[in-house]
Write a protein that binds this ligand. Structure first.
Ligand code: GDP
Length: 528
């Protein structure tokens, strides 16, 4: 291969950090994202990300649901440069528009930032997203937010990380006071204090100190808070986990940072530490073994498909994560599943709210490809080869509804809509087994049903009816001697698109009972 191209790709890969922020709604993800973008100068004004939320509300008449709810059905990727790094933040929809897409986006991230509200601790949505990251073994960095408010004791939060998520943590800094008493944080790695000053907490000073016993801290924070700090840090030194880079990289240990996103306190040091510790894009598994990012041949895979982002055109965008090589606008690549070569002529990149045409991009970057209906989630693209990346996981839906068409004469359009929309990957389709063929839809987030109903009407001219079902969990059943009648008591057995058996349960108890009654069966959370 050409040495110059190799060197160029290597240099670009070394610079890149691609991550997602995982959190429960209201923990401050939008605020943190906005501050991070500000450091990179990617957007002009603070508030732009907020404005993005709000302006979508105003301009998204292409999808009334967005307008009615004032939330985004879309999500995108933001890119900025900082200290020689190129940073890609993958937006993970977190409010009611939580969907399988949110999970799948995490497969395109090389690391995750787990954002936690100091008062609320580890919340439901964080747990789900954390588990997906955990399975992938990617490093997870924790930012404990809203330190300007009274919250849980930092030790209690560490305990919660361990108890609820099963991950050990290593505090990189430690709060000096909290809420109204918050003075700042002590940086354990650099031996410095960051002071949070002024009534409006607007001034931030950084002072090097000898260690946490330094009288500078005592003068500033007062005796009481300093004593507390010394006591806490002595305990941490003795009983806490030491910082271990390998454990961080393998996702066994999470570095914890304390701060306040809205006050921009602790955000910059967090960003700097994160960029240093977070991994650059690594190899990805494929049919041809691991594909190194520095491989000169361009490869990538589609992890998300999004319809109707542009009100003027009814277009679909396929989001592609670049895995290797150099992407160039107009290049021809192999669409492996379709078995044909395609030209990537109108790639788009997303910078805050603007879409730009991309000329070149490198591993770790995400590009949006105009999709006239040729892509499916998980599709691999490769230059001069037939590389196929590992299949993306399917996540078990948690909300179910039976779907019927109101006007039987529209059956053909209904079928077409059903096929196409379920292919986009935010809705799973199941069929009942037995005499009556019932179609059951399963989703991870409730909003997907509304989006589905709306799009069936708007794009296919079909009125549908959804009848909510009481199931709350699904598991793929693998059992050589499966006897469907044995599943009838505690669950309903259905088939997925590929004909795999799936059991639907009303609650945990029903699931456990089914497991006990069917000891030879495997109950899988993802498609076999
Ligand atoms: P998201 O739902 O996770 O995107 O959360 P937002 O960024 O929209 O923040 C939710 C609320 O928390 C907003 O009212 C923010 O102003 C507020 N917030 C965010 N960061 C902080 C913080 O550090 N301290 C305090 N007191 N409030 C914050």
């Amino acid at each position: 291969m050409s040495q110059t191209l190799h060197n160029e790709i290597q240099k670009e890969v070394d610079k890149r950090r691609t991550f997602a922020i995982i959190s429960h709604p209201d923990a401050g993800k939008t605020t943190l994202t906005e501050k991070l973008l500000l450091f990179g100068g990617a957007i002009r004004l603070a508030g732009s990300v907020k404005a993005r939320k709000a302006s979508r509300h105003a301009t998204s008449d292409w999808m009334e649901i967005e307008k009615q709810r004032g939330i985004s059905v879309t999500s995108s990727v933001m890119q900025f440069d900082y200290n020689g790094h190129r940073v890609n933040i993958l937006d993970t929809p977190g409010h009611q528009d939580f969907s399988e897409d949110t999970y799948r986006t995490l497969t395109a991230a090389d690391s995750a930032v787990m954002l936690i509200d100091v008062a609320k601790g580890v919340e439901a949505q964080t747990i789900k997203l954390f588990q997906v990251c955990r399975k992938r073994g990617i490093p997870i960095f924790t930012f404990i937010n809203k330190l300007d408010r009274e919250g849980k004791n930092p030790f209690e939060l560490m305990e919660e990380l361990e108890q609820v998520l099963g991950i050990r943590s290593v505090p990189m800094n430690w709060p000096i006071g909290m809420g109204r008493d918050l003075c700042g944080v002590y940086d354990r790695m650099k031996n410095q204090v960051e002071l949070f000053q002024g009534d409006d907490h607007s001034t931030i000073q950084v002072r090097p100190v000898d260690d946490y016993n330094d009288t500078v801290i005592r003068d500033m924070a007062g005796e009481y808070l300093h004593d507390q700090l010394v006591q806490d840090l002595e305990l941490l030194d003795v009983a806490g986990d030491p910082f271990d880079f390998d454990k961080v990289r393998s996702g066994e240990l999470t570095p914890v940072f304390f701060g306040s996103a809205v006050n921009n306190f602790g955000v910059q040091t967090f960003l700097e530490n994160f960029l240093q510790l977070a991994p650059k894009p690594g190899p990805r598994n494929s049919t041809e073994g691991p594909v190194e990012p520095t491989n000169e041949k361009f490869t990538g895979y589609v992890f998300k498909i999004q319809a109707n982002m542009n009100p003027a055109h009814r277009d679909r965008i396929a989001f592609l994560r670049i895995c290797s090589g150099r992407f160039e606008r107009g290049m021809s690549v192999r669409h492996v599943r379709a078995g044909k070569d395609i030209k990537l002529s109108q790639p788009q990149q997303f910078l805050a709210q603007d879409r730009d045409i991309v000329e070149t991009a490198y591993p770790g970057d995400i590009i949006g490809l105009f999709d006239p209906g040729i892509f499916r989630i998980g599709d691999s693209l490769s230059q001069g080869g037939e590389v196929v990346f590992d299949e993306l996981p399917t996540f078990p839906p948690e909300i179910f509804a039976k779907v019927t068409v109101k006007n039987a004469l529209k059956h053909k359009q209904y079928q077409k809509g059903l096929d196409q929309l379920t292919e986009e990957g935010t809705i799973q389709i199941f069929h009942s087994i037995g005499n009556f063929d019932e179609t059951i839809l399963g989703v991870v987030g409730h909003l997907q049903f509304e989006v589905f109903e709306h799009r069936m009407r708007a794009e296919y001219g079909v009125e549908i009816q959804l009848h909510r079902m009481t199931f709350q969990a699904a598991r793929w059943i693998v059992d050589e001697n499966l006897d469907p009648t044995k599943f009838r008591i505690n669950s309903t057995l259905v088939k997925d698109k590929k004909g795999n058996y799936v059991a639907l349960f009303e609650n945990e108890y029903a699931m456990r009972t089914a497991m006990e009654k069917n000891p030879t069966a495997k109950f899988l959370e993802t498609q076999p």
